[in-house]
Each structure stands twice: as C-alpha cells, then as structure tokens.
Design a protein around this ligand. Structure first.
Ligand code: ME8
Length: 467
C-alpha cells in the first residue's frame, strides 16, 4: 500500500519560521506513522521560488533572483535537517524538471481549449500573490498583509474555471475530495456558492517565472506554477501509481487555491483530484498571524539551538490541536520544556533506570503491556496529532506517579519481589510508549529503546537537561 503526502511549497522571500515548520513537521509525523503501519509513504515538500514577491525580495537584498532563491531554499533545507524531518523529495520550482513539466501541462490545457486570452483589470496583492476584489479589502487594505493592493491592467491567459465548479462542489460535498476539519469544507463550499471568476494562469508584468511556451511575453502565474509541483515532482505526465495524493496538508490561508483552483486544473487535465485536504490553523502572536510580512516570527533554528531537535519538535507540535489556531509566546517554551520533558519524561527515565540499576542488577522482566487504553492509532488516523502526543506524554507521567504512589524506593527494601514486579511493569510500559513517541521525538525514542533493551540498564545523563 502506498501513501502520498504533501506540504505546501513555501515562498523563499524569507527564511522559514515555526509556521512553516509546523506543517512540515506534521507531515513528517504522519509519514513516520504511515511507514510504521507498513505503507510505502512518499513525503514531498519544497520551495515556491517564482513570482513578483520573491523577485522583489531578491531585489531588496540586492541579489540576482536565482542566487537569492538558491540561498533561501538552502535555509529551508537546513531548518528541516535541524528538525529531523525526513522528506522523500524536496522540489524547487526553479528546477528544470519542474519548469519543463509545467510547460507540458499548460500546453496540454491550451490544446484542449481550456485557456483563453483576455485582459485583467483590477487589484493584485503581491503579498498574497493573488488577484483580489474590492469587497475583500478592509480600509482599502488586504487583510492578510495590511497593505493596499496594486491596480493592474494587463493581458493574461485565463482558465475557464466556470466549466468545473459544479463538479468540484459535488466532489467536496460527497467527500470524494475530503476536506477536514469541517470548518474548511464549509468555507470551500461557501466560496463555490458565492461564485468565482475565471482565473489568470499567466502574468504579463512579472518576468521572474516559467515562460509560457506559446507566448514568451508571459510568465506562468506563480500559483499555477506552484500547485503543479505536486505532480511535477512525481514525473508528470508519467503519474501511474504516483497520483492522486492521499493527503495534502495546508494552512487555512491557501484553502481556495487547493480546494478549488487545484482540483479544477486537475479535472481539466483529466487527472484525479487529491483524496484529502487537511487544513490547519495559525500560530499567532498577540492574536496576529505569525508571518514573514508582519515580521513577528520565531525561528525554528533558535528552538533547536535552545532545546535540541526533539525539544523543538515537541514545542512546535504540542501548542494547540491540529486544525485550530493558537497564540504562542517565546518565553512559554522554557516552562513547557522543563515541565513536560525535563521534569516529565526525563525525570521518569532517570528514576526508573536508577532503581533497576541499583536494586535489580540492571535487569527487568518484560511484562505484557497493561496500558490504559489510549487508542493512539485511532487518534493518528484522524490526524489528531496533538491529542496523540499528549496521550503519550500523559502516559509517561502516569508511570512517574506510579513510582511515587508505590514508594518504590522504600518498597525495594521492604518487599523486593513486589517492587521488582511494579518496576518491570513500568519499564515494559516505557518501551510501549517509546514506540509511540518515536513518531514525534525519534531521537529520544531511539535512546529510550536502546537504554531499556540493553542487558545492563544504567542510569544515564539526563535526556532533557533542565533549562
Ligand atoms: O502560501 N501558522 O507559501 P508561504 C501556521 N507558496 N502555519 C503557517 C503560518 C502560521 N502563522 N504561516 C505559514 C505559500 N504557515 C505558497 C504555497 S503551495 C502549492 C504554495 C504555513 O510561504 C502553512 O502551511 O506563505 C501555510 O499554508 C504555509 O505555511 C504558507 O507558506
């Protein structure tokens, strides 16, 4: 069985923040889960490197756009490496493999008569890379970027979206394109209800992009270029066994593109739509979305520096349920790290291994798991990552309580046999929990498994030193 999971490809106008890390880490955890279930999982991520916004950032940095995008794309790869993310492929839209396949895709649509030439006259927000309407503005400004959009008049090639809206509505309503959580499905259906205009697939005034094969004065609209990454990375048009995606993860800012434009492009090319779109919420700071353009960002590399790879993974994934928004403050991280990891898992491991080493010659008898039913797999199958992670953490803290309640350090003196039995149960349960923890904190889980399966268990350096 195969499983294909994607993240958005991120703009390289600036280096990554924990919002980008969030989606990519979630994909990493789901991919590890799928592999643990015996599936052949392909996990794609990458960078979105064309368009007006990236060209402008390159200009502001005084760099040639290709050189600029090479550097920022590398920053994304470095951050993902620091976070222990194991993707199968990383696609960059400036790569030849991508550009050639984009051209092929659009040529095919043109031959089918789905594209037509027209004039776009209206507003454009470079921050969103989106054509927007008056009614989307608040105080004349785009709500996402708090900036006034530009007035644009240019010749574009358009895509006949109206041909597909009815079919897309049916696909979403019937869950053939499953959109979760429910709020996102409703929002997508609401957008279809309002009615959508045909959209531009090319730009005349933007030169940093893939050139239209039949009109060199136009470059492919950056959103069309970007969405196609999901199939160009799988060698479009040779997609047999590699498409559709089983799960596309996105933040709620880019729902319209993924729930409507993308399925429409696929239907036009006679390809299947993705099976599922899971839409998550935002990291906010003082109620404002964390974003490169607002500048209120937390760098995931800083978290790795302060708390280690697994510490950072934990702090990013444990803030709020996957699907909702949540406000974060950088100084909360330390407290949470200390309570959940240093004093939580770390302390339990030290106590348990110390008791085994000192009183039972470093050995315990493996017991069948008596674990309280936590239905970990059910949570994981529903992408309830936060709940699944919390259930593992609380599993560890229950074991810590068990040491307290049975006063094990006294019991080993008064009733060694009973103490040995309890300690064996605890150590066996630690191993079960480590197997679940592996999806989220792989390095830690590996160390725990190594420590508790070796012949001579010893207390070790604290896994999570207190900060
Ligand atoms: O939109 N909280 O790229 P982008 C949580 N290139 N997640 C966040 C976030 C936040 N505050 N900020 C960003 C683009 N994200 C396009 C995508 S795909 C074909 C093209 C995450 O760099 C979230 O996944 O603006 C969001 O959808 C994505 O980064 C947007 O990244």
């Amino acid at each position: 069985m195969k499983f294909y999971i994607t993240t958005p490809i991120y703009y390289v106008n600036a280096k990554p923040h924990i919002g980008h890390a969030y989606t990519t880490l979630a994909a990493d955890v789901i991919s590890r889960f799928q592999k643990s279930q015996g599936r052949d999982c392909f996990f794609l991520t990458g960078t979105d490197e064309h368009g007006a916004k990236v060209a402008l950032s390159a200009k502001e940095a005084g760099k040639d756009p290709q050189k600029f995008t090479d550097e920022v794309a590398q920053e994304f790869k470095t951050a993902w490496k620091n976070l222990g993310i194991e993707y199968s492929d990383f696609i960059r839209t400036t790569e030849t493999r991508h550009k050639e396949r984009v051209k092929k895709f659009l040529e095919n649509l043109k031959e089918k008569g789905i594209l037509y030439e027209g004039e776009y006259k209206g507003l454009y927000c470079t921050g969103c890379e989106n054509f927007i309407t008056e009614k989307e503005l608040v105080d004349n400004k785009c709500q996402n970027h708090k900036k006034e959009p530009e007035q644009v008049i240019e010749k574009n090639w358009f895509f006949k979206l109206s041909n597909y809206t009815k079919q897309i509505k049916e696909l979403i309503e019937s869950d053939k394109i499953l959109i979760r959580p429910e709020f996102a499905k409703k929002e997508a259906l609401g957008l279809l209800e309002q009615g959508l205009d045909d959209f531009s697939i090319s730009r005349e005034k933007v030169s940093w992009g893939v050139k239209l094969p039949w009109d060199e004065n136009q470059s492919v609209y950056v959103w069309v270029d970007a969405l196609l990454n999901y199939i160009t990375a799988r060698e479009y048009p040779n997609l047999k066994g590699k498409w559709p995606a089983d799960l596309q993860l996105i933040g709620k800012d880019i729902l319209k593109f993924h729930a409507i434009y993308w399925p429409a492009m696929l239907l036009a090319a006679e390809l299947d739509p993705p099976k599922e779109l899971f839409v998550h919420g935002y990291f906010t700071i003082d109620g404002q979305k964390m974003s490169k353009s607002l500048g209120n960002v937390i760098d995931p590399n800083d978290l790795v520096k302060d708390y280690g790879t697994d510490g950072a993974r934990y702090l990013i994934l444990s803030q709020f349920p996957f699907g909702q928004d949540g406000d974060v403050k950088a100084d909360m991280f330390k407290e949470q790290y200390n309570s959940d990891l240093a004093n939580g898992i770390g302390n339990l491991l030290s106590r348990a291994s110390n008791l085994i080493e000192k009183n039972f010659d470093g050995e315990f008898e493996k017991k069948e798991s008596s674990s309280v039913k936590r239905d970990f797999n059910v949570l994981m199958l529903e992408y309830k990552l936060y709940e699944a992670l919390k259930s593992v953490i609380s599993g560890f803290s229950e074991l810590d309580k068990k040491i307290d309640q049975s006063k094990l350090w006294n019991l080993v003196k008064t009733d060694k046999e009973k103490a040995g039995k309890i300690l064996s149960e605890i150590a066996s349960e630690i191993l079960v929990l480590a197997g679940e923890l592996e999806l989220f904190l792989p390095e830690t889980a590996e160390k725990i498994i190594k420590q508790f399966t070796q012949k001579n268990i010893k207390k070790q350096e604290p896994m999570f030193p207190r900060k």
